[in-house]
Unconditional design. Structure first.
Length: 425
């Protein structure tokens, strides 16, 4: 909060130098999906007509009614300069630029649409110092994803510019947040720059700014590849007999970054959307990626009818409907599955019930019953059926999510646990 107050106070100084040639100043979101064959035709943006966001503060200086810059201004001693477009006309219209940049990631990987601190869209001719382009920030690229191509130069190039606040750090460690911002005053804008003729390349420029942490010096400026969140196509490969999950195949590229697995929407039953983070620049080759699709929570059955979400740049907020409480058995089984497989069925029980199953074939006590002999009899436990590469394993799981029997039963086909625990030998 202290940093934002200092930024607002600095706006007067910034406006005073606007017009000068130079000056020194200071992102698997995965949700629900349906088969590609039945998907709607892809569109540029999930919402092609998003609402106009609240403008950034301090206000961008010298902007005409049409959003075009009317007087040159610069950041960081001329490292970034935005000049009036003159008679140049963009081939990319304002609405297309708005929805594209609202789907972008800031330089720290935070989605613009989720930031909520202000966004202003302006048109101008952008020049970025070539020296900054040699060592860009890595952005949101994940391990295993192909890096974006080298940044293209911007020399008085017509561009749409989304102006947002600087990236904020969530923690300052033991030093805590500073009570005031050091001088001189800096304007910590981020410029999300999109080529106005093609919308096919761009970059993010983060102006020099102070960290909100005590004793931190100013840092920057920095540049990074412009990355956007994209809702991609998928197709249904198979459903598991237990009804808790399915396997889908995504149409992605080698430059895409994305998480593992997806959940169908809770607020729109059966709607499935899978988002990736992708460079605006053309990058990589097409490929397929198999993913596990589940219901809104680990305890929900996957809806019978699946509907494909809209495709394109995802300029909308993610499905944020509150989830109901999840059964203890489902949570225990999820913990037990780990990375070894996916939960196919659960059956809730207690430690006392597991201990009661001590009698049986030699040696007379089941190993899982021995493992919980000293635990509270009323503590929750579960039977968990987990799908693995070789079939289905069913194990007793203790109150801490530990698998007690280490694959007590292994089957090639699914075993229904909806009416009770598995039959013991």
């Amino acid at each position: 909060m202290a940093m934002r107050a200092a930024v607002a106070a600095a706006s007067v100084a910034f406006l005073a130098v606007a017009g000068c040639a130079s000056r020194t100043a200071v992102v698997s979101r995965s949700s629900g999906v349906s088969p590609i064959a039945s998907a709607a035709t892809s569109q540029l943006c999930v919402d092609p007509h998003p609402a106009t966001p609240t403008p950034v503060a301090p206000a961008v200086p010298h902007v005409g009614a049409d959003g075009a810059i009317t007087s040159t201004w610069s950041l960081d001693g001329g490292q970034a300069t935005v000049a009036p477009p003159g008679r140049a006309q963009p081939r990319v219209d304002r609405q297309q630029a708005l929805c594209t940049l609202l789907a972008a990631d800031e330089i720290n990987g935070l989605p613009v649409v989720q930031d909520g601190t202000g966004f202003s869209l302006v048109l101008g001719k952008v020049t970025i110092a070539d020296g900054l382009l040699a060592t860009p920030e890595s952005g949101a690229i994940e391990a295993g994803a192909q890096s974006p191509p080298p940044l293209k130069t911007f020399h008085s190039r017509l561009a749409w510019i989304g102006v947002v606040d600087s990236p904020m750090r969530s923690s300052c460690g033991p030093d805590g947040f500073a009570s005031s911002t050091p001088g001189p005053t800096l304007i910590p804008y981020q410029l999300l720059i999109l080529d106005a003729d093609t919308a096919a390349d761009g970059l993010v420029y983060a102006a020099r700014s102070y960290s909100p942490c005590t004793g931190s010096l100013a840092g920057g400026p920095e540049v990074a590849a412009l990355m956007a969140i994209v809702s991609v196509p998928w197709r249904l490969i198979s459903r598991d007999p237990g009804g808790l999950f399915a396997t889908i195949s995504l149409s992605v590229t080698t430059c895409d970054s994305y998480g593992s697995g997806a959940n169908s929407s809770r607020s729109n039953v059966g709607l499935v959307e899978f988002d990736v983070v992708r460079p605006i620049d053309s990058c990589g080759t097409s490929k397929e990626s198999d993913q596990t699709l589940r219901g809104p929570t680990v305890a929900d059955r996957l809806p019978t009818t699946l509907t494909h979400a809209a495709l394109g740049y995802d300029d909308t907020l993610p499905d944020s409907a509150p989830d109901p409480s999840v059964s203890q058995a489902a949570l225990l089984c999820e913990q037990a599955a780990g990375v070894a497989g996916v939960v196919a069925a659960t059956f809730a029980t207690t430690v006392g019930d597991l201990r009661s199953l001590h009698a049986g074939p030699p040696p007379g006590i089941y190993p899982f019953a021995k493992a919980v002999v000293s635990a509270d009899a009323s503590a929750p436990a579960a039977w968990c059926e987990i799908k693995t590469a070789s079939g289905y394993s069913i194990d007793a799981v203790g109150p801490d999510g530990t698998r007690l029997s280490n694959n007590m039963f292994t089957f090639t086909t699914f075993t229904d646990l909806s009416n009770g625990p598995p039959a013991l030998p």
